[in-house]
Design a protein around this ligand. Structure first.
Ligand SMILES: Cc1cc2nc3c(=O)[nH]c(=O)nc-3n(C[C@H](O)[C@H](O)[C@H](O)COP(=O)(O)OP(=O)(O)OC[C@H]3O[C@@H](n4cnc5c(N)ncnc54)[C@H](O)[C@@H]3O)c2cc1C
Ligand code: SF4
Length: 512
């Protein structure tokens, strides 16, 4: 009996369910770099290089551990270009009795896997991905008949289930959530430790050459490349975060500083999502830091909430709402994605900085993705389809299960408020409070109208006016619509006129 065990590029962990009970003498492990996956959206060059390099290093590790590994390189002569083709080719070349795979994290791939049984005439066993802390059934039963979900209650359930900073049914100390302590603006002279950085080894260099050769027109800078690409390196990156940045993670979670792409964030999402790190070990490392007095509770609780709360919650919503979730467009937004998202010059300094850093690092931290890029996409009325594609392309941690709910649900309110209770729309005042971007901007954040005014200021109100019929009944926007009612006619006309002029220029590809 020979079993074929397929390992995907985001399943790079020895504890993955498809490897348990593996017979090293008989079973074949298949890993493949396929053209279809590298190009179904035109991923950032650094993202492709990262995943291929991590895959090749993982294959080396498996070989060392005595597994019988079949690895197809992207430029391998017989590479068929798809998972389906590679599984078929391996089944045909060997006597394979069954195929075992851990469920794909993306709907599109899982759907294809489910048809393999019929297609190849060999039994396929699709195993749950137990790296996640909440199963599909568990999430579904938590949702039950609820019309609107709240992450906070889901998060509490996860904390209890996994006994994380808990004392029985209650938080170990204080309250469940310290979010209101985690909004400090950046102060002058903050000491910002560097992120984990490593020079590329020979394997990574080979992959970088391949990417430069095969994907020259994809967005993003390949060099400098300094991601961890093995589990040991990713563990070092985790330890460095716990040691050097976790203590300030909470306080400055929402802060942005010009020229500082990394701040006190973890920079671990790419490693967690591809399997080099397990979510629970990151959570435990943070919890230990708290118990050892190395980091305060607001930081530790905030970090843990992102992982066992938000990360699991968005995954639950993805599987609950797919495939329809991909087509949601509650606000009927249809503006094309402007060229500034691909690095065309813009006078809006906050956008310019966030796109520049995204291009360089295949990374932007949460508040840049949410309150600068996402906020702009929302209030400018950009098409959810195009915005989703952009976010999928540009970030090294982007897989549809996590990208789509964050974009469709969190930033664009395209699901009508299923994931979050209100749109994250904000004027320039928020960006000014949480960053120093406005100091270096051609626009004036204090001006509300006119050609010099910060575009976020009038677009924010114009967004509320444009979508009044859909949003004014939202409880959490009641006060804002009351304020809008008090605006006199001149003010409303100025908002509409500035927005019309700005959006027209945007649509015509003019520099805004
Ligand atoms: C529009 C938008 C798109 C996003 N797209 C992605 C994506 O494609 N892939 C992705 O992993 N995250 C995505 N996020 C969530 C979040 O921004 C990133 O996880 C985070 O910036 C990664 O950097 P970090 O490791 O430094 O995270 P930190 O800020 O240090 O947070 C710690 C960890 O918490 C988890 N986390 C935090 N927030 C979220 C969230 N909202 N959803 C899921 N996990 C979360 C991540 O695993 C992260 O590593 C998106 C957020 C927004 C607003
Ligand atoms: S003034 Fe407006 S556009 Fe310029 S950096 Fe500030 S928020 Fe961004």
């Amino acid at each position: 009996m020979t079993t074929l065990r397929l390992i995907l590029g985001d399943q790079l962990n020895l504890k993955i369910s498809s490897l348990s009970d593996c017979n090293k003498d008989k079973d074949i492990i298949l890993m493949c770099e396929v053209w279809d996956e590298a190009t179904y959206v035109r991923h950032h060059k650094k993202k492709i290089a990262f995943i291929f390099s991590a895959m090749r290093h993982f294959a080396e590790e498996l070989k060392k551990q005595g597994y019988n590994i079949h690895y197809t390189k992207l430029d391998g002569e017989e590479n068929t270009g798809s998972f389906c083709g590679e599984v078929k080719r391996t089944i045909e070349a060997h006597t394979i009795d069954s195929v075992i795979v851990t469920e794909a994290s993306e709907y599109r791939v899982l759907k294809s896997m489910r048809s393999w049984n019929r297609e190849f005439g060999v039994p396929i066993e699709i195993r749950p991905d137990d790296r996640f802390l909440c199963t599909h059934d568990e999430f579904q039963s938590w949702v039950g008949g609820r019309k609107q979900l709240r992450m906070e209650y889901f998060y509490r359930k996860m904390r209890k289930k996994h006994n994380i900073i808990m004392d029985g049914e209650k938080p170990e100390v204080g309250q469940w959530n310290y979010d209101n302590e985690n909004r400090k603006p950046p102060k002058e002279g903050l000491h910002l430790p560097q992120t984990y950085m490593l020079d590329p080894d020979d394997i990574t260099r080979e992959v970088m050459d391949l990417v430069a050769d095969r994907f020259p027109n994809h967005f993003g800078d390949l060099e400098p490349f300094h991601f961890a690409v093995t589990r040991d390196q990713a563990l070092q990156a985790l330890n460095q975060f716990i040691r050097e940045r976790l203590m300030n993670f909470g306080d400055y979670q929402d802060a942005m500083v010009q020229g500082e792409p990394w701040m006190y964030h973890a920079h671990l999402s790419f490693y967690i999502n591809c399997g080099l790190l397990l979510p629970l070990e990151c959570v435990e490392a943070a919890e230990n830091a708290y118990h050892d007095d190395k980091a305060p509770l607001n930081a530790v609780e905030g970090f843990i909430r992102q992982i066992i709360g938000w990360r699991e919650y968005v995954r639950g919503i993805y599987w609950l709402r797919m495939p329809a979730y991909e087509r949601e467009n509650f606000l009927e937004a249809n503006r094309a994605l402007p060229e500034l998202f691909w690095g065309e010059k813009t006078q809006m300094n906050c956008l310019s900085q966030c796109v520049k850093e995204t291009k360089e690092n295949a990374y932007a931290h949460h508040i840049q993705r949410l309150m600068v890029l996402g906020n702009f996409a929302l209030i400018a009325g950009l098409s959810p389809e195009e915005v989703n594609e952009w976010y999928m392309i540009v970030y090294a941690d982007a897989y549809q299960w996590v990208e789509l709910p964050n974009v469709t649900g969190m930033i664009l309110f395209a699901d009508g408020g299923y994931l979050g209770s209100k749109p994250y729309a904000a004027s320039g005042a928020y960006i000014n409070k949480m960053s120093n971007y406005c100091k270096g901007c051609k626009y004036k954040v204090t001006k509300k109208n006119g050609p010099e005014a910060c575009p976020f200021n009038y677009l924010y109100w114009d967004f509320l006016i444009r979508n009044e019929d859909k949003l004014s009944k939202n409880n959490r926007l009641g006060m804002i619509y009351k304020t809008l009612e008090r605006f006199d006619e001149n003010k409303v006309s100025a908002i509409k006129e500035d927005s019309r002029r700005f959006l027209k220029a945007l649509d015509h590809g003019e520099k805004v």
